[in-house]
Design a binder for this molecule. Structure first.
Ligand code: G
Ligand code: G
Ligand code: MN
Ligand code: NA
Length: 254
């Protein structure tokens, strides 16, 4: 069994699922949006993490059909919630650097927005700093083209790559996501606390919003809130969940 073959079968059998994790506004406890997270339950091998199979799919090129499915499914879910009256709730989608760097990427995003009739401002694309590594000028041009479509852009896993802060000011982004590695240790490690507060302060000076991911405890939430973090995501609030459960959660927290 190779993962490549199993991925092919799963693509053909439509065996992937998306789970959705709520993102919370610290001021009022409301859900501002939700992140789509890819899930694969293999009939024999069990649950396989995207951290394991996404890199394989990137090597084989299977990431392109897979990512297009993720994008369309996430937009359809957001559109469905909008139709059920959930206005203003944004869907955040993780974008593979391999997909982002293809010429077709901006067109795929435009097409999926048209096909799902999702207002562009309800789609947020999460990109990592690695998209900048190969060809930063080209990546910036792609981000500008995406911004022109009206979608939101965020930098995922912020602080873990080495993208230069110098690029940050040139990127047409809306938000940074503080990586959960920092959040995990903010109470116990004063360096991580200082880095986190530095990221928040810098982001705010650049007029970017900040979301902390991997918030698991009341004390982490309290510290981040005191540090003026805008939004929160993590097990403390909600785990990633299937669509119908998300719909219920949203009705309880609107
Ligand atoms: O949800 P989980 O912690 O298992 O995710 C593990 C990793 O897989 C994270 O880095 C996450 O960003 C990534 N990931 C989850 N869903 C997707 C997806 O739809 N596309 C891509 N490219 N990466 C994803
Ligand atoms: O790389 P990215 O930030 O997209 O990865 C998000 C991953 O983090 C998802 O796979 C999700 O399942 C996981 N996750 C979300 N909230 C928490 C949390 O509170 N704690 C931990 N350990 N993981 C989380
Ligand atoms: Mn993410
Ligand atoms: Na992350």
């Amino acid at each position: 069994v190779t993962l490549r073959n199993e991925l092919q079968k799963a693509l053909e059998a439509n065996a992937f699922m998306l789970y959705y994790q709520p993102q919370i506004d610290g001021r009022n406890g409301r859900v501002t949006g939700f992140e789509a997270l890819l899930r694969w339950q293999h009939p024999l091998l069990g649950f396989i993490s995207p951290a394991q199979f996404v890199p394989v799919a990137e090597d084989t090129g299977q990431i392109i059909p897979l990512s297009e499915w993720v994008l369309a499914t996430a937009c359809r879910a957001c559109r469905e919630l909008l139709d059920r009256g959930m206005t203003g709730t944004v869907v955040a989608v993780n974008i593979s650097a391999v997909h982002f760097q293809r010429n077709i990427f901006v067109d795929s995003v435009r097409r999926v927005l048209e096909e799902t009739r999702l207002p562009a401002e309800l789609l947020e694309l999460e990109i990592t700093e690695t998209v900048l590594l190969d060809n930063a000028e080209r990546a910036i041009a792609t981000l500008q083209a995406l911004k022109a479509l009206g979608v939101r852009l965020s930098i995922d896993d912020f602080g873990t790559g080495f993208s230069s802060l110098n690029y940050l000011k040139r990127l047409p982004i809306d938000k940074v996501k503080i990586d959960r590695a920092f959040v995990q240790e903010i109470i116990s490690d004063r360096h991580d606390a200082a880095i986190t507060q530095g990221i928040i302060s810098m982001a705010h000076h650049l007029r970017l919003r900040v979301i902390a991911e991997g918030v698991e405890s009341e004390s982490q939430f309290a510290f981040l809130k005191k540090s003026h973090c805008d939004e929160f995501q993590g097990y403390y609030f909600a785990r990633p969940m299937p669509f119908e459960q998300l719909d219920q959660f949203l009705h309880e927290h609107h």
